[in-house]
Design a protein around this ligand. Sequence first.
Ligand code: MSP
Length: 652
Amino acid sequence: MEHFYITTPIYYVNAKPHLGHAYTTTVADSLSRFHRLMGAETYFLTGTDEHGDKIVQAAESNGQSPQEYVDIISKLFEDLWPNMNISNDDFIRTTQPRHIEVVQDILQKVYDSGDIYFGEYGGHYCFGCERFYTEKELVDGMCPDHKTKPEYIAEKNYFFKMSKYKEWLLDHIKKNPDFIRPAQYRNEVLSLLESGELEDLCISRPKSRLTWGIDLPFDKDYVTYVWFDALINYLAALGYPEGGKFKKFWPSANHLIAKDILKPHAVFWPTMLKAAGIEPFQSLNVHGYWLIKDTKMSKSIGNVVEPLAMKDTYGLDAFRYFLLREMSFGQDSSFSEEALIGRLNADLANDLGNLFSRTLSMTHKYFGGAIPRPDVEDIVDAEIKKLGQNAMKSFQDFYSEMKFSRGLEGLWELVRGLNKYIDATAPWTLFKEKDMDRLSTVIYVLLENMRKIAVHLWPVMPESSEKMLKQLGINFDPEKVNLPKELDVWGLLESGEIVAETSNLFPRVETPEPKPDDMAAKVSKKGKGKKDKKQGEKTAAENNGIIEFEDFQKIDMRVGTVREVEKHPDADRLLLVRVDTGEDELRQVVAGIADFFTPDDLIGKQVVVVTNLKPRKLRKQLSQGMILAVKSGDGMQLLTPTAEVDAGSKVS
Ligand code: MSP
C-alpha cells in the first residue's frame, strides 16, 4: 500500500489563526483526503511553534508567562481545525516532551558527528524573522520581509556546518524535479545555492539573551535556535527514530508551506536531515500569499480575514471550495468576498446545485423518487460518459500535481456537461411522449454521474459531498471508495433506491451593491471585478472565465480626448470627466479616480471609454460610460493609445 505523509508549517502562537493559516491547513486536509481516496494510507500533521523571541515578546505584552500564553493561543489553533472540518491525525506542540526529546537527540547526533562547532559571530539579526541576515540579503539595509532595520549582534554561539552540504543539496534538487515545487521555487533555491557560498547556520542562542527554548544537550548555557527546533517537529510526530509511524510514513513526507519560509525548508531542513543521517523528505510544496486588495494581511492595516467569520457567512464548504478553486498553487491570489460570492453563485449554486435539484426533482416527478433501471442507450450517453471519464482523470491528475484549481476546472467540465445533457435530452419531452425506457436511461446517467462528482468532491467539500451522496441514497464510507477505479466503473447506483426530493445545497448569496469608485473600471485580476449581469445570463466566472467572441464584440470601446474635468460636488473620490468621443456632444463619465489624478492631469489626455454601458446616475450626476484604468501598487494608470488617434476611434 502507498503511504502519504502531509504536513503544514507549525504556526507561531504570537497571533490568532487567520485566512493564511486556514488556507495551508485546508490544502493539507484536502490532499490527505484525496490520497486516502486514491488508495493510500495517509498521515496528516499540523501543530504550533512555541519557542523563540517572538513568543516571549507576545507573552510579555499580554502580561502572561510564556507557558500560559502559548497554552492559550495553541488551543485556539487546535480548536479551530475541527470547526473547519480539518481531519489532522496529530497536533504537535514544540513545548511537548516528545518533541524536545527528538530535538535533543538530533542535536547530539549532529554534534557527535562533528557537524556542530562553537564560534563567534556578528550578524544582522531580525527579531521578526528570528534569524541572522547576511549583508547581501538585506534590502537597503532592511529585513526584506519586515522592512525593519535588523540589530547587529555579535556573540559566541554554536554553528551547524551547513556549507558542507551545499554540493549534495544542489545535486539532490537537480536529480529530483519534484523535490521543490512548483518550478519557480525550485529555480529560486537553485539560483540561491549557485550564486554564492552557503553560510553555516547559527543554531543556538545564549541563555543570557533568551531562555524560552530547548536546552542544547551539550551546553546548558544555550537554547536551540527556534528554526532548528521547529523543523524537527516533522520527525518528532512520527516517533523518530524507532517509531513505527516514522518507518512507515517518513519516505513519503510532503511538506506544505508558503513562500515566506522557503529557505528554512528548502535549505536548512534537507541539510539538517543529511547531517543526522536521515533520508530527505519527498517533496516541498510551496504556495503563494493570499493578498487583500493587493496588500499583505496585517493586524495593523486591519484587513485580516478570519476563517470562522467566512464560514459563518458563506458556509464552510463554499469557503473551502473558493480557496482551492481560486488560487493557482504557487502564485499569489487576491481574496475578496465579492470573488467568493461570484464562485459560490456561479459554480456552486448555479452549476452544481442546479444539477442536483433539477435531477432529483425529475426523479421524483417521473419515477416517484426511485432510481430507474437504465434501458435504451444512445450516442449522447456514451459521449457524456467519455466526458465524465476525461473530467475525472483531469481532476485526479491535476490534484496529484498540486494543481487544485485546474483539477476543479476539469471536474466542472462534467458538471456543466451534465446540465447541457439535460437540455439536450429534454427529459420533460420524453415524459410527455411516454418514452419511459429512454427517460430511465437519461435519469440514470445523470444520477450515476452525480454520484461520481460527489465522491470526487469529498476532498474539497467533505460535508457537502456526504450530503450529496446521502441525497442519492448512499452512506459515504471513505474506505470503500477508490477514485482511480471510478474512471472505469459504471452502474454503482442501485436501481430502486429512493433519492431525496429536494437538494438545497448552496443557496445563492446576493452580491453587495457596487461602490461608486468602481466606475473607473479597474482592469482587474481574475474574479475580482464586480459583476453587472441580468438574471439568467451566464457570467464569465460561470463559464470558466471564458467569454464568447460575440460577447466581447458587444462592448463598444472608443478612444476619447478629455476636454473638461471637475470635481464631483458631493463625492471627494469622484471626478466628472467630459470626453470627446467623436459625437456631437461631450460624454460625461463619473470616475472614481480623484485620489490619483487632478483635473489638470487629465485635460488633453486620450483615454479608453466603454461607451455602450447603460447610463446611470452616481450621486445625482449622470455617468455615460467607463474609463479604463489599471491599479498598480498604490497608484493608478489610465489606458491610453501609444500615439494620438482621432477622438472616437474604435478599440478592437
Ligand atoms: N513557525 C513558522 C513555521 C515553522 S514550520 C517548521 C511560521 N509560522 S507562521 O505562523 O508565520 O506561519 C507561516 C505560514 O502560514 C505560511 O508559510 C503559510 O503556510 C501560512 N500563511 C500565513 N500567511 C499567509 C498568507 N497571507 N497567505 C497564505 N498563507 C500564509 O512561519
